[in-house]
Structure formats: structure tokens, C-alpha cells
Design a binder for this molecule. Structure first.
Ligand SMILES: *[C@@H]1O[C@H](CO)[C@@H](O)[C@H](O)[C@H]1NC(C)=O
Ligand SMILES: *[C@@H]1O[C@H](CO)[C@@H](O)[C@H](O)[C@H]1NC(C)=O
Ligand SMILES: *[C@@H]1O[C@H](CO)[C@@H](O)[C@H](O)[C@H]1NC(C)=O
Ligand SMILES: *[C@@H]1O[C@H](CO)[C@@H](O)[C@H](O)[C@H]1NC(C)=O
Ligand SMILES: *[C@@H]1O[C@H](CO)[C@@H](O)[C@H](O)[C@H]1NC(C)=O
Length: 466
């Protein structure tokens, strides 16, 4: 659990700051655009029959007073097993089949059962995959899942669906690029891909700009437009429902707990964004190097950050890379996602200081390389967040651990200071996180010693040889 919360914090704060004004403004703009964009596009709701619309009806406000009189389940009820599993370390998850009714506005889900009446049960579930991290989870709606006996008072279905539903939140750290993938998209893929689009997404803490950012992915996973379930005054009924998302590894998939792996995910993204390059350039091993590079220039993308963890001598790095035969791009990758995906996919090597921009490795062609610049004190977060995931994606990974002299921290602390002498190499305790982050993540820029770094770039070239 500590593990989860720590990773979360490696980017979130500054990202949130960044999001602050931007998101606020874009929220309005995007919300408006979103409504505008989606209104004319009528996508199919698999509503079986909408006879009664109780929208706005005062009766529905007091929903527990609504009683299904002929005590008949909406769908045939299976003798259910375990409904909610709260033992996973990353996320709570409920999976049910039968007669499921959700009243979004009251954050309540009823699972109608024919079990022994005494065996009623209820769970509180926050459908976001960063369990144990209070700062993320506090913003996520607490859904009440109630197993109720058929003889009890149960709200009447006002919209009946035939497809399964998946309920998840776009709060928490969503909006931070890394967390978008680690906490939402990869888990959502694991949860819903097998349904081949025949699934209704019910979103709590709906963020229209988030939906817009990942529209292509969402449309690929579900044929139906997402429902902002918090606003639903109707009672939506489903034959099966998953509450929360399956999550089992940071920015990756634990293949012993999933039928998917990260290659499935990155291939899915490549087809979603129509990315052309499936694999990185292959330089011939024994061909004359200069000749080879002229014909088949490997491309290096340097992710520059502008606020924290900056490269302070980017020109030198670019010059070095060019001298070794790379075609070099420098980007902050802030355009829309389809453009970012296409751009990143056109490169063979992605390089950056530990940070959310490296998340874009998901768009690299297979067998491309990732060079993570590991600043002082960033070893642990670098390994968990990007090194292991990169290898899960069939990418080659190179870590460049900077020396003290390459860190801007030497301008702020005397050489004997423990900040420089003894940077944390392991997991940081939640208590120490804020001060850790302030020093090592927010105040540290990097000046690459190009002579020292040269070997890493040569290694990257080597890795592109078949
Ligand atoms: C939904 O299905 C139930 C059970 O078949 C039925 O009683 C109810 O009228 C249906 N609701 C709507 C809105 O069609
Ligand atoms: C929906 O929830 C809001 C806030 O909790 C409440 O003010 C409103 O009355 C609710 N509406 C319905 C129809 O339940
Ligand atoms: C992956 O799942 C297996 C089986 O549950 C577990 O033993 C292992 O520790 C997990 N690995 C990671 C990296 O989470
Ligand atoms: C990646 O490299 C491995 C080993 O060099 C090779 O077997 C595989 O085919 C490559 N994948 C692609 C997509 O080129
Ligand atoms: C760092 O710089 C100092 C002075 O500029 C030098 O004496 C020292 O050897 C350098 N250390 C490393 C690890 O490069």
C-alpha cells in the first residue's frame, strides 16, 4: 500500500499545479466543446425499453420508497459467489451478474439477490485504482454496493440495458499523464477489452476534458457513449456490472493475474491511433557505420521539461547525439494525444529525466529504446515507474544515473550535506514524501556531462542493431 501511494506522488503535485489554471479554463472550454461535439452524434444506447421516464419526478428522490411490486428480478439471478473483492492491493473490485440497478445520483448500486434474506451485505467502493493513497482516493466517489433481497424495497428500473456495465472514476490523479495510463487506461483495458465494445461505461467524477483526451481509446473499448452516472436520476439496470477496474502492476499488467500483457495494450493503442511503425529501425551489425547511419538514421526524441527536472544543457546533448548519427527531436509533448502518439511512434529512442513525459513510451515501436535519466534520489521511482514497465512493453531500457556534479542540487547544498551524500536509494516513507519530493523532484535540474553520457547513447545505437 505504501508502494502505491509513493508512486502516485512522484508526479502528481506539480502536474496538478499545472492542471490548476489550465484545467480550470479548459474544463469550461472542453465541457462546452464536448457537449457540442457529442450532441449531434447519436450513438446507440442499448436501451431495451424506455417506457417511463421518471426524470425530474419527485418520487425518484426518495428512491428507497419505490418498491417493485411483483417481486420479479429484472434478469435471471445466478446464485452469486463473492461479489466484492477488497483484498487486492491496488484496487477494490466488484463483479456481479444478475439483476443490478444503479441510481447514480445517490451513488448506490443494488444487487438483487434471492439468497437467504439474512445474508444481506453492503460494501463501500471507490472505483479508482490507487488504493491506500488517501490523497488520490479522497476525491473519488464512494459507491455503496448493496446486496438486497428480492423481497425488499428496491428501486424500479427506468432504463434497462442488455450490455454489461463498468463503473470507474476519472478523479484521483487522472489528468496526470502517467496516472491516466497507470491508474485508469491500463486497468480499463484489462477490465473491458474482452467485451469487444459491448459494454457501457458509467463514469463517476466525470471530467469531460479527460473523456475528450482519451476519446479514441474509450470509443475503441466501448461502442456506447459514456454515461456521467453521478447525474443520473434514472435507475439504470444491467445484467452484469463491474465496479472498479482490474489493476495489478504499476503502469503495467501483471501477467500472472491477467489474460493480457503490455504488448496487447501497446498494440491496441497502435491500432487505435493508426500508428504505422510496428518496430524500430534495425541497423545492420557489420555494415560500415557511417554509411549505415546515413541511409537509416536512427531517431532520438528528447523529452524536455520546462518547470522541474529540466535539462540545462540541452544544446550540448543534441550536438552529441547528432555527432553520433542520430536525427534528434526535442519536445515537451503537450499537443493532443493523437499527435503525440504519431510523433513518438516515429522515433527509435525516447530519452528524458524521470517524469510523466516518459509515459509516451507506450507509443514507441517495439524494440525501440528508452533512456531514463535518473537524478539524485530518483532510483526507486525510476525503476518502478518506467524501467520495469518499459521491459514489459518489449522496449529496451537504459538508465543513466547522474553523478553529483550533474545535479543542480550541488548549487543548493554543500558537498557534505546529506542531501547530496546520502540520497534515498529505496522506497521513501509516506511521512518523508513531501520533503523528499520538494528536494529531489521539484528542485533538481540536470546538466548532462556529455562525455560521460556518450557511452549511453552508443549503447542505444548498439541496441538498434539486429
Ligand atoms: C425493465 O425490465 C423490467 C423487468 O423485465 C420491467 O419490469 C421494467 O418495466 C423494464 N423497464 C423499462 C423502463 O423498460
Ligand atoms: C442528486 O444529488 C444532489 C446532490 O447530492 C441532490 O442535491 C439532488 O437533489 C439529487 N437529485 C436527485 C434527483 O436525487
Ligand atoms: C504478480 O502476481 C503474482 C500472483 O498473484 C504475484 O505473486 C506477484 O507478486 C505479482 N507481481 C507483481 C510485480 O506485482
Ligand atoms: C524485437 O527484437 C527481437 C529480438 O531481437 C525480435 O525477435 C523481434 O522480432 C523484434 N520485434 C519486432 C516487432 O521487430
Ligand atoms: C565534480 O566536480 C569537482 C569539482 O569541479 C571535481 O573535483 C570532482 O572530481 C567531480 N566529481 C565527479 C564525480 O565528476
Amino acid at each position: 500500500m505504501k508502494y502505491d501511494s509513493l508512486l502516485a506522488r512522484s508526479f502528481s503535485k506539480h502536474e496538478q499545479k499545472k492542471l490548476g489554471i489550465g484545467a480550470f479554463v479548459s474544463c469550461f472550454i472542453l465541457a462546452a466543446t464536448f457537449c457540442f461535439l457529442f450532441k449531434p452524434e447519436i450513438r446507440h444506447f442499448r436501451v431495451v425499453n424506455v417506457k417511463v421516464s421518471l426524470r425530474g419526478s419527485p418520487k425518484i428522490l426518495a428512491i428507497t420508497e419505490e418498491v417493485t411490486k411483483p417481486k420479479k428480478p429484472y434478469f435471471e439471478i445466478e446464485q452469486e459467489k463473492q461479489i466484492c473483492n477488497v483484498l487486492h492491493t491496488r484496487a477494490d473490485l466488484c463483479e456481479m451478474k444478475g439483476d443490478i440497478r444503479i441510481h447514480g445520483n445517490s451513488s448506490t448500486i443494488f444487487f438483487v439477490s434471492i439468497d437467504d434474506e439474512k445474508k444481506q451485505n453492503s460494501w463501500n467502493i471507490r472505483p479508482y485504482a490507487r488504493k491506500g493513497d488517501d490523497r488520490a482516493m479522497d476525491s473519488v466517489t464512494n459507491l455503496i454496493v448493496k446486496k438486497v433481497h428480492i423481497s425488499q424495497q428496491i428501486p424500479i428500473c427506468t432504463r434497462n440495458y442488455t450490455v454489461p456495465a463498468v463503473v470507474f472514476s476519472t478523479k484521483g490523479y487522472a489528468g496526470n499523464h502517467f496516472h491516466d495510463f497507470s491508474d485508469v487506461l491500463i486497468p480499463l483495458f484489462q477490465t473491458s477489452r474482452r467485451l469487444n465494445g459491448e459494454v457501457q461505461f458509467l463514469i463517476t467524477n466525470n471530467m469531460p476534458w479527460w473523456i475528450k483526451k482519451f476519446k479514441a481509446v474509450l470509443q475503441r473499448l466501448s461502442k456506447y457513449e459514456t454515461i456521467d452516472v453521478d447525474k443520473e436520476k434514472d435507475v439504470l439496470c444491467f445484467p452484469s456490472m463491474t465496479i472498479g477496474l482490474k489493476a495489478n502492476k504499476e503502469f503495467s499488467i501483471n501477467t500472472s493475474e491477467s489474460s493480457y500483457n503490455m504488448l496487447d495494450f501497446t498494440r491496441f493503442l497502435k491500432s487505435t491511433y493508426s500508428l504505422k511503425r510496428k518496430s524500430a529501425v534495425r541497423l545492420k551489425k557489420n555494415a560500415d557505420d557511417d554509411d549505415e547511419r546515413r541511409k537509416n538514421k536512427p531517431r532520438l526524441l528528447i523529452i524536455s521539461r520546462s518547470r522541474t527536472r529540466r535539462f540545462t544543457n540541452i544544446e550540448e546533448i543534441v550536438a552529441l547525439a547528432k555527432s553520433l548519427g542520430f536525427k534528434v527531436g526535442v519536445e515537451e509533448t503537450r499537443e493532443n494525444l493523437a499527435q503525440v502518439a504519431k510523433k513518438v511512434n516515429s522515433f527509435d529512442v525516447l530519452m528524458g529525466v524521470h517524469g510523466a513525459g516518459l509515459t509516451n513510451m507506450v507509443f514507441l515501436p517495439e524494440n525501440a529504446s528508452v533512456i531514463q535519466i535518473v537524478g539524485l534520489g530518483m532510483e526507486w521511482v525510476s525503476k518502478e515507474d518506467f524501467e520495469i514497465p518499459a521491459m514489459d512493453m518489449n522496449l529496451k531500457y537504459l538508465g543513466y544515473k547522474i553523478s553529483v556534479n550533474e545535479s543542480s542540487l550541488i548549487q543548493q547544498y554543500p558537498l557534505e550535506h546529506h542531501v547530496l551524500k546520502d540520497p534515498p536509494g529505496n522506497m521513501i516513507s509516506p511521512k518523508g514524501w513531501t520533503s523528499y519530493r520538494k528536494v529531489y523532484l521539484d528542485q533538481q535540474d540536470v546538466k548532462i556531462d556529455v562525455n560521460r553520457f556518450r557511452g549511453t547513447l552508443l549503447k542505444a545505437l548498439e541496441l538498434l542493431k539486429s
